[in-house]
Design a protein around this ligand. Structure first.
Ligand SMILES: C[S@@+](CC[C@H](N)C(=O)[O-])C[C@H]1O[C@@H](n2cnc3c(N)ncnc32)[C@H](O)[C@@H]1O
Length: 303
């Protein structure tokens, strides 16, 4: 078919520039860097460029960013498990928590340890920190374990573990504190040290024979708190944190966003506090921290 010169042709938006425009919105909102994986996911979600165009216009008009939040939910990877990357946890047990115990004792008064799992996904990292810290305090003679898994701290010792994530679904799962173990495959318990099973109760019959459902005991959940938080908000939720874990999230972000987030994590820490990044992350704001290099990980200490 040939077009006559006066025929009006509805111009079809081009997919390439639209994907770039959406990637820019995602970067500004959640820090995401453009990657082939994200691009493929976007292509799967938006069947054609007209849908994509409508979506971008809706997002640009909507101050509450509801649609964008829903898209971020679809794009994020919530892969996590208890006792992930043992190197940091060993460093916590052997170096960071013992040093914190000394520091808090010297300060006197109420001794409060505050930890933050920033980008906690479904909560396994935050609960790991709570179990590990209580167990370590106990080994240092702080607290009693009246029955297996029920550790009570002395009245002058406090522990608070904050878990935050941008994903509403992930935070809801974290709050529920119910986890399924499978005999095979990638369950939350895939690298689980058996001595910590005492911090869980079996939660009724499981729908499948090859798995069990476990609930974290109240003796642990009472020290944990979960909240929605976008790391790109850049104003930290608290400024009195002793240790921040921010692992396996910065790799999805562009360098500028990583730098802004690291600055905000730095603000959240007390002086002398520590930051743990994952083994795959590099420190993009090295001037802010002192590096305490261990065998298999680095503890970034706020001077
Ligand atoms: C792979 S999980 C990491 C979980 C845990 N930290 C670990 O190492 O096992 C990454 C998490 O980062 C969250 N996330 C991605 N962008 C975020 C942002 N801008 N603010 C807060 N959380 C974010 C995702 O929702 C996801 O749950």
């Amino acid at each position: 078919m040939t077009l006559r010169s006066n025929q009006v042709v509805a111009s079809r938006p081009q997919a390439g520039p639209l994907v770039e425009r959406l990637m820019l919105l995602l970067k500004q909102f959640a820090g995401f860097r453009a990657s082939p994986q994200i691009q493929r996911k976007l292509e799967r979600i938006f069947q054609n460029s007209a849908d994509l165009n409508d979506f971008i216009l809706a997002v640009e008009r909507d101050a509450t960013k509801t649609e964008l939040i829903a898209l971020v939910e679809d794009l994020t990877n919530h892969e996590t498990y208890f006792f992930r990357e043992r190197a940091h946890l060993d460093a916590m047990e052997q170096i960071v928590i013992p040093a914190l115990i000394q520091k808090k004792k010297q300060q006197g008064g109420t001794k409060k340890i505050t930890l933050w799992s920033a980008a906690c996904a479904t909560g396994e990292e935050a609960y790991t920190l709570a179990m590990l810290t209580l167990n370590t305090l106990l080994k240092h003679g702080i607290g009693i374990e009246a029955t297996p898994g029920n550790i009570t701290l002395p009245p002058d010792w406090k522990l608070e573990v904050l878990g935050t994530d941008i994903s509403r679904q992930a935070v809801r799962i974290a709050k529920d504190a119910l986890y399924s173990s499978r005999s095979e495959g990638l369950s939350s318990f895939r690298q689980f040290p058996q001595e910590y099973l005492r911090f869980f109760d079996e939660a009724g019959p499981s729908p499948a024979r090859d798995r069990k459902i476990y609930r974290i005991k109240p003796s642990i959940t009472r020290y944990t708190r979960f909240d929605l938080f976008n790391l790109m908000s850049l104003v930290p939720p608290q400024r009195d944190i002793d240790v921040v874990f921010c692992r396996n999230v910065l790799i999805y972000m562009d360098i500028e966003s990583q730098k802004s987030i690291i600055r905000s994590l730095h603000q959240s820490l007390q002086s002398g506090g520590s930051l743990m990044l994952s083994l795959v992350d590099s420190m993009v704001a090295p001037d802010l921290f002192r590096e305490n290099r261990q065998n298999r990980c680095v503890i970034y200490e706020k001077p």
